[in-house]
Write a protein that binds this ligand. Structure first.
Ligand SMILES: Cc1cc2nc3c(=O)[nH]c(=O)nc-3n(C[C@H](O)[C@H](O)[C@H](O)COP(=O)(O)O)c2cc1C
Length: 203
């Protein structure tokens, strides 16, 4: 699924809406379970992984990450109108979602997120992962810290984009590390760093 046709998320005159979004951002505590739309998902991904698309608004072309080539993005889709349920790999350079497993994972996501309803009721659950062995071989043990900071940065971009779109979002740090790969079909070498759930907020 190509994502190049995403509408560019707008942040208002002099980024006024960015300020408002930063001020009102909160982690959603409960999703309704209703679907997201495909254009919404594409906008979330575009803002998060294609920062160069926002430079006309005065945003940073190359935000300060440690090394994003170490981080992979997998997305479990349970409820996005127009997108088949399953687990996808997001290829940031090609801007494509590539399906790796076809299935509705709601029940499994509930368990993987330690029984948290946010995992079950989200329309999309984003997994940021890294090949720890490869990263440590390249940079040494301290990379473990930097990987989490980069994953957190990506998570915060997803948070801001979701709030701007009127969606719900919450980070999830509590999950069964070892089971995620097997269930979702994520390659065994990839360790999950951080999860972000996205859905329709219960207000
Ligand atoms: C790294 C990280 C992990 C988190 N893990 C969870 C989680 O497992 N379950 C949950 O309900 N919320 C989780 N949250 C959301 C926090 O509960 C929430 O961010 C915190 O209560 C502060 O609220 P705020 O985001 O509205 O400012 C996580 C947030 C972060 C940043």
């Amino acid at each position: 699924m190509g994502c190049r046709d995403a509408a560019n998320l707008r942040w208002g005159e002099e980024l006024a809406e960015l300020e408002t979004t930063l001020l009102k951002r909160r982690s959603t505590r409960q999703f309704t379970g209703a679907d997201l739309t495909l254009p919404e998902l594409k906008q979330l991904l575009d803002f998060t992984y294609q920062p160069h698309h926002s430079i006309d608004q005065g945003l940073d072309r190359a935000p300060d990450y440690f090394d994003l080539t170490l981080i992979q993005t997998f997305i479990a889709i349970s409820g996005v109108e127009g997108l088949e349920e399953g687990c996808y790999y997001y290829a940031p350079n090609a801007q494509e979602l590539r399906q790796i497993r076809f299935k509705n994972f709601r029940r499994e996501l509930h368990r993987l997120c330690l029984g948290q309803d946010l995992g079950r009721d989200a329309g999309a659950v984003v997994f940021h992962t890294a090949d720890l062995r490869q990263a440590i071989a390249q940079y040494g043990d301290r990379v473990y810290r930097y990987l989490h900071m980069d994953a957190g940065h990506l998570g915060q971009r997803l948070n801001l984009a979701a709030i701007r779109l009127g969606l719900g979002v919450s980070g999830i740090g509590g999950f069964f590390d070892d089971e995620v790969n097997e269930v979702l079909g994520i390659p065994a070498d990839e360790a999950v760093l951080y999860i972000t759930t996205l859905g329709r907020p219960r207000r």
